[in-house]
Design a protein around this ligand. Sequence first.
Ligand code: SAJ
Length: 475
Amino acid sequence: MTLSQLIANRGPIRTIGVVGMGYVGIPSAVLFANVPSVHHVYGFQRDSPSSGFKISMLNRGENPLIGEEPDLPDLLRSAVTAGKLTCTSDFSFIKYCDAVTIAIQTPFADPKELIPDFSPLSDGLAIVGKNLEQGMLVVIESTITPGTTQGIAREILESGSGLRAGRDFALAHAPERVMAGRLIRNIREHDRVVGGFDDVSTKRAIELYSPVLTKGRIIPMTTTAAEVTKTAENTFRDLQIAAVNELALYCEAIGINVYDVREGIASLKGEGITRAILFPGSGVGGHCLPKDTYHLVRGLKVLGGIQDFPTETESLYLVARSINSFMPVHTANLTETGLLRAGKQIEGARIALLGWAFIPNTGDSRNTPSKVFFDHVTSRGATVSVHDPYVKEEPGISISGDVEPVLKGADAVVIFTGHSLYKSLQPARCRKITGARHPVIVDGRNIIDPDAFIRDGWIYLGIGRGDLNNHPVID
Ligand code: SAJ
């Protein structure tokens, strides 16, 4: 019997399994469960010490994710109340599903070696393989190195089940494109790239995702093209950020204001003209950009492609990564310059670090560049106290939710995250709290008014602010 016949015998997708109750899995499961034609959704979650608590929370209709997620709580409650969503650590229920999606993180064990830590995903694939039945659809939503779906993922599923992709079960990659704070909207409104192992797999995956899309449309392609799309779309964003970060360093070196230049460049408009100039900053964090470039570059090795490329030339994408990874160090260099102008050494200096989250007004601190800065200046002998209005805890680092105790006695104040709260910092009041005659302020996100602080006697330095970084100190 062909795969098409096996799928036809199953009929429409009625029972769905989602493996991994995280930022991607939970909104996915909730949206699938709210599709009228879907009978039941199982949210699969290992009962691990760090995440097992989510199972009972979700079954009570409570959202375990931190931060505001519009629409998610209501959709979750209605799905659970209707009895259409069950979370469980019993993965044997996978065999009752018509389709299973896998949304498990693929972090890098060591980016230097370009080796991702596939163990969590491989474990998830192995469990799905063990419970795989003929005619089922398996979709990987995690961000993966190009070549993974048709490569090791397919091998794990086939060896675990004794079945063959494309013959006995459908296989696809439909990368997630969600951002904390707008999970439901992103899934509904972003276009959905769907890469099938073969046309039958693509068709079945389109049937799975179409009902949850509102504005978004399906973009069908092969699994490898889908894997490259996802990793490249984040690589391109990292590249754009690196381009403006290098421009900021250039403007500092020649004493001009990068924001004047940015405004000038952005003014070039018209059909066919694109200058997506982004914003320079103290670094690039998050669960996407710091790692997806390495996934993309590694894809060439996995797929064994021989790329025609200029000799002795490093990948542009890896150069972009090194520029963005340098920005927290540059922020530390600006801090040291400011301290020297205040007659202080970085060794023994007290630094107030404002902002631990990697994006403004959230508690998400994954791969935060603040940590790179913290480690760098601490290794140079500085004492750092950290404030963040949203991030409550970080292993090994104490974070205060109250800004005044962090400012107290500080020789330098460094703004690392563009939290709105920092826009209202009052120069005179903050300087009084520091107790320093000419405290240093380094603005990593262009969020404060430099003149107000300079007029009050602060030593100001800002990323890209070559026009101000040597300003006279006002007594
Ligand atoms: N950043 C800059 N300058 C910028 C933009 C961002 O320094 O102009 C820094 C941020 O401070 C942060 C990091 O880059 O530390 C990442 O910021 P982000 O806005 O890219 O946030 P992410 O990592 O959550 O990116 C997500 C990605 N979405 C998905 O993977 C589905 C990314 O593809 C999106 O482009 C991005 O959201 C978005 O556009 O909002």
